[in-house]
Design a protein around this ligand. Structure first.
Ligand code: AMP
Length: 354
């Protein structure tokens, strides 16, 4: 593992080489010790991935990483491939913001092109009167990480497709997942999502187009908005994804296992779901484990991170044989932890699709 921080949680599982991602001595030391390199963090500098790729195989490729790191590059690629996307425009100046606002209309969201995650680096613009406040908040970053303005999509659902592509080009995807966010941070995921086969097939076709265009190797996720039967692509994550954490217990092969198989050139594992799963994220601090562990279908994951507001510190997955059984377990867990609001939308969806 290569990480800049001494307490990187991945160091619980493999030796840690502590160095900055841009430190060439650190990178050289790392390259000398590995047969193949990959990453589970998308803000690894693409130039560092490229430097490594000149010495050891790196999957996914530095090019795929650099496209996925830039909201403008990824949305432009989606559009080129004929994949529906929210309206968007690149913003270079305060005047440019006004022009884009007039073209896209409100509500919309101003986002940093690079280095934003979990709702960070975003400003929601409800009316043109918010333009000054938006520029005040993010304008300074126009010349550094860049800015993009996106039309606000009044979606009915947020879905994600997590897929894996092998070195030989074989592509497999897990069933679509439905996701709910709290303040821009993933709060709960339900898998398989309650969608028909047509939508599932559309999502898979979208994932295939993107993966083939980038000659992608490894696991990736596409975040999608469902609006009036159309799937719009929001963004791509070039790595194992939080909305795929349920696959650890809820699928024949987890996203982590298949990512490693892909980068090592091994056959990919079956991605079919086993039963019905709900993943609940623990954000800021870990709640008590007992209510989850008391469930026959409860699985607990503590990342060993220190508590910090807005930080993902762990998750739980409940997996059951039926949607009804899953809903009952979620109700008990929500009540015991005082997290009724977190489980409510999932229970509602399960009730609707009964
Ligand atoms: P992102 O960092 O782009 O994944 O944004 C975080 C969350 O903000 C998304 O999962 C959505 O819930 C919301 N969001 C982002 N972009 C849009 C958009 N264009 N329209 C509506 N909601 C959005």
């Amino acid at each position: 593992m290569l990480d800049a921080t001494p307490d990187a949680c991945a160091a619980q599982f493999a030796p840690l080489l502590q160095a900055d991602y841009r430190d060439q001595d650190g990178l050289a030391d790392f390259a000398a010790r590995v047969d193949v390199a990959t990453f589970d963090f998308e803000n690894v500098p693409a130039e560092s991935a490229q430097w490594l790729a000149e010495r050891v195989p790196v999957f996914p490729s530095p090019r795929a990483l650099s496209v996925a790191q830039d909201r403008l590059a990824e949305k432009s690629l989606f559009r080129e491939l004929g994949i529906p996307v929210p309206e968007f425009a690149t913003i270079d100046s305060r005047a440019g913001l006004d022009t884009a606002l007039a073209a896209i209309g409100t509500p919309c969201i101003l986002k940093t092109r690079r280095l934003g995650y979990d709702g960070k680096g975003q400003f929601r613009i409800k009316s043109p009167a918010d333009a000054d406040a938006a520029w005040e908040a993010l304008g300074a970053q126009a010349g550094t990480v860049g800015l993009i303005l996106e039309g606000f999509v009044a979606f009915q659902r947020e879905l994600s497709v997590v897929a894996v592509r092998g070195r030989d080009g074989e592509l497999r995807a897990w069933p679509l997942t439905e996701n709910w966010h709290e303040s821009g941070i993933l709060s709960a995921s339900l898998a398989p999502a309650r969608v028909d086969d047509t939508l599932q097939a559309q999502a898979l076709a979208t994932a295939r187009k993107v993966a083939e265009a980038l000659d992608y190797v490894g696991v990736f996720a596409l975040e999608l908005f469902l609006k009036d039967g159309v799937l719009l692509a929001n963004e791509m994550a070039p790595r194992v994804h939080n909305s795929g954490h349920w696959t650890i217990e809820g699928a024949e092969t987890s996203q982590f296992q298949n990512h490693l198989r892909a980068v090592l050139g091994l056959p990919l594992g079956d991605t079919r779901a086993i039963g019905h799963s709900c993943m609940l994220n623990w954000i800021g601090t870990m709640p008590p484990a007992a209510p989850v562990l008391a469930e026959s279908c409860g699985h607990w994951h503590d990342y060993g991170k220190s508590a910090r507001e807005g930080r993902k510190v762990g998750h739980a997955t409940l997996r059951a044989e039926s949607g009804q059984e899953l809903a009952t377990a979620l109700e008990r867990v929500g009540r015991s932890l005082g997290r009724e609001a977190q489980v409510a939308p999932v229970i509602e969806r399960l009730a609707q699709s009964r």
